[in-house]
Design a protein around this ligand. Structure first.
Ligand SMILES: Cc1cc2nc3c(=O)[nH]c(=O)nc-3n(C[C@H](O)[C@H](O)[C@H](O)COP(=O)(O)O)c2cc1C
Length: 165
């Protein structure tokens, strides 16, 4: 793994999130959980480079991102898509899904990612808030929240970016 600066990031997040997805992981090497994400926004707020991710409270990963200051977003080559699909359709509450897919967890800067990742971004939570249905257009409520479980969003300051050569 080689560290790069945020400015050296050469990712089309629109394309990547649509076709390859990513993993959101929170916790420590001895107690973490991971899940697939398809939503992510990247940019600048309060003068900081940030990534925002969106987690429904029903996810097991929610407990981990709530309880820890750091989280990672890790990215994979398209051949891992089936495995990411498994990690996004099974809960860590019910199985050791990391073992099922055969990923190898690694500690990176006090956070957790996987050996298989082509890139890992380590983020420090700087703001989080539950989505407020009173502020949402009805299309969003009807389409995404028929059963509630409104996403909580987490703005994470980008602390480190690691890539695999
Ligand atoms: C392609 C894809 C994208 C997903 N994106 C998100 C997301 O952005 N936010 C979210 O809360 N769940 C998302 N999910 C659902 C979670 O990954 C899924 O519910 C997972 O099983 C949760 O695992 P956990 O209970 O171990 O945390 C996505 C699932 C898939 C397959």
């Amino acid at each position: 793994m080689r560290e790069i600066k945020t400015r050296q990031l050469n990712e089309n997040f629109f394309e990547v999130m649509k076709s390859e997805w990513a993993l959101l992981t929170a916790g420590t090497l001895d107690k973490f959980n991971t899940m697939t994400i398809g939503w992510l926004t990247a940019g600048i707020i309060w003068g900081k480079d940030v990534i925002t991710c969106y987690v429904r409270p029903s996810r097991y990963t929610y407990e981990f991102i709530q309880d820890n200051d750091l989280f990672t977003i890790s990215f994979y080559y398209p051949q891992y898509r089936n495995l990411l699909s498994h990690l996004g359709t099974h809960s860590g509450r019910d199985e050791d899904k990391v073992k099922t897919v055969g990923f190898h967890p690694i500690e990176l800067n006090h956070a957790v990612s996987f050996e298989e990742a082509r890139m890992t971004i380590i983020c420090k939570k700087i703001y989080d808030q539950a989505m407020d249905e009173t502020q949402m257009q009805t299309f969003g409520i009807e389409r995404y929240y028929p059963r509630g479980d409104y996403h909580r969003f987490y703005i994470g300051e980008i602390i480190k970016v690691y890539v695999k050569d």
